[in-house]
Design a protein around this ligand. Structure first.
Ligand SMILES: [Zn+2]
Ligand SMILES: [Zn+2]
Length: 210
């Protein structure tokens, strides 16, 4: 399953188109997603089953794009959750049945690929072998349970609050409360991913927007 059949090749083509290049990550990503869907019995993730699936990925690298193309799940639709664990793993949750499987890409597959194609570079060997190896050689599958709080589910935003420090709006219950005051997370923790280099600019006039 999941090898050089037309279903796999069509999905791989789509993944490469979206991602921008063919790489071992696209092959792994397509196969991990096909396996996740098969485990959950989801046959039409972009059609009739599109509201059944939520995917958690544990890395922001190549394979994540392939998982997005195969499943149709998107960050902006809130059915693709990216966790920055740096692990090549993904969990597929069927919100209708409550079933979930976590699939981990096995490091041992790299050695198997090198042994299958000793004359090739690591990445060339992986690109060939990852199409041919069985799912059991590539992945570990585990039944898991995932509880997704209502404010993380797809649908209309739950909650809308204004931070008393920066004045910016916070959706989906991401605000924090200190002494009954509502703060956004960066203001509450004083921990931001950016440094302010200047005051905010004055509002742009309509002419400048064109
Ligand atoms: Zn890539
Ligand atoms: Zn704030």
């Amino acid at each position: 399953m999941g090898k050089n059949n037309s279903g796999f090749l069509t999905l791989l083509d789509e993944a490469v188109g979206f991602h921008g290049h063919l790489c071992a990550g696209q092959i792994i990503g397509v196969r991990i997603a096909m396996l996740g869907l098969r485990e959950l019995g989801i046959t039409d993730p972009k059609g009739k089953d599109r509201k059944r699936l939520i995917v958690f990925v544990e890395i922001d690298r190549c394979a994540t794009d392939a998982i997005m193309t195969v499943t149709g799940c998107r960050i902006g639709r809130r059915n693709m959750k990216v966790l920055d664990y740096g692990k090549m793993a993904a969990t597929f949750v069927d919100v209708e049945t409550g079933r979930a499987v976590r699939i981990v890409s096995l490091q041992t597959a790299r050695k198997k690929a090198a042994a299958m194609y000793p004359g090739l570079s690591d990445s060339a060997a992986q690109m060939k072998a990852y199409r041919e190896l069985d799912d059991g050689d590539l992945f570990q599958v585990q039944d898991v349970a995932v509880s997704i709080p209502p404010e993380d589910m797809p649908g209309r935003p739950l909650g809308k609050e204004q931070c008393v420090v920066c004045g910016e709006t916070v959706l989906d219950c991401r605000e924090m409360r200190k002494d009954d005051r509502v703060l956004c997370r960066p203001c509450a923790t004083n921990n931001r991913y950016y440094n302010e280099m200047a005051l905010p600019r004055p509002p742009l006039r309509a002419k400048e927007l064109l």
